[in-house]
Design a protein around this ligand. Structure first.
Ligand SMILES: Cc1cc2nc3c(=O)[nH]c(=O)nc-3n(C[C@H](O)[C@H](O)[C@H](O)COP(=O)(O)O)c2cc1C
Length: 162
């Protein structure tokens, strides 16, 4: 099958609906302006060095700044933060994005105070592939919320892991 085969595209989409992912808000700060987006495309790369990757659509407003910044942050959302996920997944709500619950001083990328986990990453590398870019980050600082109850996205819906 060709890569642009619509049948293959649909079956790929169906397969991906069956993959459960944690929901994250990736943040940066450029020229004093905090930016962020909701992303499920985040994965650990290795423990040594501690590293992860995120995939960002090239049409997202965050994308351009991700190519320039020294650091980004992965804010892993808690189950009670579905509203945060919705706000950062919809451009209509751009003005509301950092209104509540964030530490934004722009010395570092914004941190969601009650996030399930927060990982400050040095941006090491990036690769363009198709509609997205893959950004590799080396983790420099971590904070976690004690209770383990992440927000999960599966089959087009938000929920919990249990
Ligand atoms: C559950 C969910 C997961 C998403 N995952 C990603 C992702 O991994 N990468 C990405 O670039 N966009 C992802 N998006 C889409 C962006 O969050 C959305 O397009 C956002 O509005 C882009 O930011 P902007 O409005 O500032 O351009 C996801 C959206 C949802 C609802």
């Amino acid at each position: 099958m060709a890569p642009d085969d619509p049948v293959l595209a649909d079956s790929f989409r169906q397969a991906m609906r069956r993959v459960a992912s944690t929901v994250n808000v990736i943040t940066t700060c450029v020229g004093g302006e905090p930016m962020g987006l909701t992303a499920t495309a985040m994965s650990t790369i290795s423990l040594d060095p501690p590293s992860l990757l995120v995939c960002i659509n090239r049409t997202a407003s965050l994308h351009g700044s991700m190519e320039d910044v020294s650091h980004f942050r992965v804010n892993v959302l808690h189950r009670d933060q579905e509203e945060v996920a919705r706000i950062f997944a919809d451009r209509k709500h751009q003005a509301l994005r950092f209104a509540d619950g964030w530490t934004v001083d722009c010395e570092r990328p914004p941190r969601l105070v009650d996030a399930q986990a927060s990982l400050l990453c040095r941006r090491i590398d990036h690769h363009r592939f198709g509609t997205h870019s893959i950004f590799i980050g080396q983790v420099e600082e971590v904070t976690v919320r004690e209770e383990v109850d992440p927000l999960v996205y599966v089959n087009g819906k938000y929920g919990g892991a249990s």
